[in-house]
Design a protein around this ligand. Structure first.
Ligand code: BG6
Length: 489
């Protein structure tokens, strides 16, 4: 096995809206996820909203909600993100546990609406500013490098109401102002930044909509364009604020294979990889739209508003590192007799060579080596795997132990794949596993879809003490980090 570089960033990752809780504490403003009910693998999470006639309606997270709808909270529903895992009050204890495992890096996100509750406020919310300063100081105290996501599915809801969200160009400058503020505020504590989590999600969501209307497609691609420009401006600002700053894109790793060797499947898969992964990565790493972008817009029947100044800004705001999430792979086919499978914001044909998790996500460590080498060949910049892991329910034994050997097996296979990618010559500099402490699932809102090395006593209905327990994988990951990836037994 190829050795991991001596300064490899082993660590874990979380996101504010899935772990902090304290959704209305100390001046935090609302975000859309606050209005999402719990769901399950079978039943999508939903929003309750008031339409313009005042009727109360329900829509799933994949439905189109009218622009003038007002999201509401229903006292008969359960909203898991409201309390999360109470990281807001327990971060010191949790960071100490990360340090005990030997984390070199902790990826977390700043909630924009804790800093600017409405997104465009004149002055920042001091309590929010103090909270993140204290969290970064805590990490530094333990020798942990912060990797900060500036936006993890959490645009302040007030901006959605006032401007209609990211379809409106106005959001670019509000995001730039927020990012500029925090990058200055924490410049003595943070040098690794990610702009938008899984930015490509914005357009991937359109794949879930049947008979996609051109307006919905246009809104999604225009919003994505505005986020690209916002991100590029932030990269440029980051380098001015501190030349040591390293800024990355964060792309949802939707990796697919052709299901058969039918050339039609090969082409179909090539187009899928281009539209879901390379479209965003190319803009953010190379600073310009790729050649196939026009074909995608033509197929959707849309024309985007992209100015010459935008193009210039994209070119001037190329990211320094490529980061992505990787959980599973899917297959693409033009043949309609295949079995389908789910996945992270994706679906596709089922791969007969792979095993699937209880949530229907494939387990494919070789796919990680494959995509790492593809990405490095394409971009030639350092790479961090900023999310990966197995979402699986755990059993707590009478003595409080948790034997999650299935999670260890999954992770071990992926670490072997990373070492193989290193031997392929990939400049892989870090790995932060997703949900290093159990947290609320983004897709289903469940607690029992657990990814952590640390168990949190909380169930799908919100019962439990919130106590933290160490799983077997906690001790295993500690050994992995201590041996810098050599002891995987
Ligand atoms: C990624 C997101 O898509 O996948 C995370 O960045 C999310 O926010 C993770 O939690 C795992 O997905 P899920 O649906 O199992 O929580």
């Amino acid at each position: 096995m190829t050795k991991f570089p001596h300064n490899f960033y082993w660590g874990g990752a979380t996101a504010a809206n899935q772990c902090e809780g304290a959704y209305n504490v100390d001046g935090r403003g609302a975000i859309k996820y606050d209005f999402l009910t719990a769901g399950t693998h079978e039943q999508a999470r939903s929003y309750m909203y008031k339409d313009k006639e005042g009727n109360i309606k329900r829509a799933t997270m994949f439905d189109i909600i009218p622009d003038d709808a007002e999201l509401i909270l229903d006292e008969n529903e359960y909203y898991p993100n409201h309390e999360g895992i109470d990281f807001y009050h327990r971060y010191k204890e949790d960071i100490a546990l990360f340090a005990e495992m030997g984390f070199k890096m902790f990826r977390m996100s700043i909630a924009w609406s804790r800093i600017f509750p409405n997104g465009d406020d004149e002055t920042p919310n001091q309590k929010g500013v103090d909270f993140y300063r204290s969290m970064f100081e805590e990490m530094r105290k333990h020798g942990i490098e912060p990797l900060v996501t500036l936006h993890h599915f959490d645009t302040p809801y007030a901006l959605e109401v006032k401007y209609g969200g990211w379809t409106n160009r106005a959001l670019i400058e509000h995001f730039e102002r927020y990012a500029d503020f925090v990058m200055n505020e924490y410049k003595d504590l943070v040098t690794y930044w990610l702009t938008f989590n899984e930015i490509n999600n914005l357009t991937m969501m359109t794949a879930f909509i049947e008979n996609l209307p051109a307006k919905v497609a246009k809104d999604a691609y225009q919003s994505l364009h505005h986020q690209f420009v916002a991100s590029a401006r932030v990269v440029k600002r980051a380098h001015l604020i501190n030349p040591e700053n390293k800024v990355g894109c964060m792309i949802c790793g939707i990796v697919s294979y052709p299901l058969t060797c039918d050339p039609k499947d090969i082409l179909e898969n090539q187009h899928k990889m281009e539209s879901v992964m390379y479209y965003s990565g190319d803009v953010m790493v190379r600073g310009a739209y790729p050649h196939f972008a026009q074909r995608i817009w033509n197929e959707l029947g849309i024309t985007l508003d992209i100015t010459d100044q935008d193009k210039q800004e994209l070119l001037e705001g190329k990211v320094d590192i490529y980061t992505f999430s990787y959980y599973m792979t899917n297959c693409v086919t033009t043949h309609d007799d295949s079995e389908t499978a789910g996945g992270n914001f994706s679906f596709g044909a089922k791969n007969p060579y792979l095993k699937y998790s209880d949530w229907g996500w494939s387990m494919d460590a070789d796919g990680l080596r494959y995509i790492l080498t593809e990405l490095y060949a394409r971009y030639q910049v350092p790479i961090i795997v900023t999310e990966n892991g197995l979402g699986q329910d755990d059993v707590v034994e009478e003595d409080g132990s948790i034997h999650d050997d299935y999670r260890i097996d999954y992770l071990r296979d992926h670490f072997v794949a990373m070492s193989q990618a290193l031997s392929d010559g990939v400049d892989l500099i870090g790995y932060t596993s997703w949900g290093c402490i159990d947290l609320v699932s983004a897709g289903t809102g469940e607690m029992k879809k657990r990814y952590g090395y640390i168990y949190v006593d909380r169930d799908n209905q919100g019962n439990g003490t919130m106590d933290r327990l160490k799983k077997d994988s906690f001790y295993w990951y500690k050994k992995v980090i201590a041996s810098n990836g050599e002891d995987l037994v």
